[in-house]
Design a protein around this ligand. Structure first.
Ligand code: PLP
Length: 467
């Protein structure tokens, strides 16, 4: 592991030292971090960020799939400044409201990809999904079905890290030693055809088998106990898993048959990432609830939302009439400054026609990355819109992965940094999801860097006798 390069982490300067002294870092190997220190990012402009020693990087994953309009969008800063000066903070509890929140809810309902009735605001994707879980339970209590409470997520799915949303997340790294998942949460198959298909099984047959497995799971648990199914249109943190042909059509038929609510997590896919305003449209989904975050404010300020359909709203109304206050909400639900920035973000998407912009460059992005499929280390290149995953394997033919302690994902991530791009390795899947405003020549630059990093990684794997 000593071979893993420390691009951008030269001398232990004071920021690096203080960071290690005081910060507990999210999603980080803590011991390695103490040894190696952080890459300290100072500023951003367009699709680039700069570290504290003046090195520039293409931000190839939009921060955490969120900074869709790139850095230094003056209009977003101005919207925040204006709102800070007018009403810097307020809440929406107990019959209070404010115009930025009202305007944002109205906008979201107007652009929602399926008929939705009301919007609940939160601060993160995790909180929006946690709220969805609570509403699934509230809804079934309202309907007098107190047993219908179990939630099904998918292996490889990611819905956040709070206790309930983190339970629906289907990734071992987010469960282990945190005592998750909680009881009542189940996980069905990961829809990754390339990795999990049987010999000779095409995408449609694979989708049929997965839908059948889902149905069997619901039957074995008892349909009167299964309340909801959560899915991302394209799985992000699970390694950019694009649904196989006919998958959602078949899954939705099962959900309908057993009266199971469908919660679509658009936290990554929403607002243009896949070349439609929502992944719900891309895959013909019929959600009962939709969660959004990240691109809602172009990642500039923390805000998320849960949209609910009319039947869910009516159940909330009925239950509240029976028991009184709807006892859920966050201090910063619909925070006016965050809402003002989100409103401006949605206006910008409209003005620059973000969907058309993504559609224009997506072929350069996907076809360019697909040319890397011939590289000796690459098992599969997959993606949709401006989202791609490059899965590294030890053996192309057998799809055998590298041993986890080879840390091949981290190696290539660091080599990308050394060549001037920030990408994210999820396990051994190198992922790219640049700001949606990226230009074709910047995409080519990103791909050149990934190609060079792949060659460096191949040389390393040979030297370390990993292949
Ligand atoms: C699909 C999806 N849902 C939910 C979340 C959780 O969002 P947050 O980190 O804002 O809680 C994420 C974060 O990456 C995500 O990718």
């Amino acid at each position: 592991m000593s071979e893993i390069p420390l691009s951008g982490r030269s001398q232990p300067n004071s920021a690096s030292r203080r960071d290690r002294e005081y910060v507990l870092h999210p999603m980080t190997e803590l011991n390695r971090h103490l040894d190696e220190g952080p890459l300290v990012i100072e500023r951003g402009e367009g699709v680039y960020v700069e570290d504290d020693e003046g090195r520039r990087y293409i931000e190839g994953v939009s921060g955490l799939w969120s900074i869709s309009l790139g850095f230094a969008q003056k209009r977003l800063a101005q919207a925040a400044w204006n709102q800070l000066n007018k009403l810097p903070s307020y809440h929406m509890f107990r019959f209070k409201s404010h115009n930025p929140g009202i305007e944002l809810a109205e906008r979201l309902i107007r652009i929602a990809p399926a008929p939705m009735s009301k919007v609940f605001f939160a601060n993160s994707g995790s909180e929006a999904n946690d709220t969805a879980i609570k509403l699934v339970w509230y809804y079934n209590n309202a309907l007098g079905r107190p047993r219908k409470k179990k939630i099904i997520g998918r292996k490889g799915g990611y819905h956040g890290v709070t206790i309930a949303a983190g339970s629906i997340t289907g990734l071992e790294r987010n469960h282990r030693d945190f005592d998750l998942p909680i009881p009542g949460v189940l996980h069905t198959d990961c829809p990754h055809h390339w990795r999990f298909c049987l010999p000779g099984e095409d995408e449609e047959a694979f989708a049929t088998r997965l839908a059948k497995n889902l149905e069997e799971l619901i039957i074995s648990e008892g349909p009167d106990t299964v309340a909801a199914f959560f899915a991302e249109p394209v799985m992000g943190s699970g390694g950019v898993i694009v649904p196989p042909r006919t998958y959602f059509e078949k899954v939705q038929a099962v959900l309908k048959k057993y009266d199971v609510l469908f919660v679509v997590d658009e936290v990554i896919c929403g607002f243009g990432r896949l070349g439609d305003m929502f992944g719900t449209a891309t895959y013909g989904l019929r959600p009962d609830m939709i969660t959004v975050a990240k691109g809602l404010s172009s990642g500039y300020l923390p805000i998320s939302a849960l949209m609910i359909s009319a039947p869910i709203w009516e159940a909330c109304l009925a239950e509240s009439a029976k028991i009184g206050v709807f006892g859920h909400g966050f201090t910063y639900s619909g925070h006016p400054v965050c809402a003002a920035v989100a409103n401006e973000t949605l206006k910008l998407y409209d003005e620059i026609d973000i969907v058309a912009a993504v559609r224009q460059v997506a072929p350069v992005f996907l076809e360019g990355f697909r040319t890397l499929a011939d590289h000796p280390l690459v098992g599969e290149v997959r993606g949709a819109g401006l989202m791609a995953g490059i899965e590294l394997v030890r053996d192309k033919k057998t799809k055998e992965p590298f041993p986890p302690d080879a840390n091949i994902g981290l190696f290539i991530e660091r080599r990308c940094e050394a060549h001037g791009a920030i990408l994210r390795a999820l396990g051994d899947v190198l992922t790219a999801a640049p700001p949606l405003v990226i230009a074709a020549d910047q995409i080519r630059e990103l791909q050149r860097i990934v190609g060079a990093a792949l060659d460096d990684t191949l040389a390393f794997a040979r030297r370390a006798k990993l292949i």
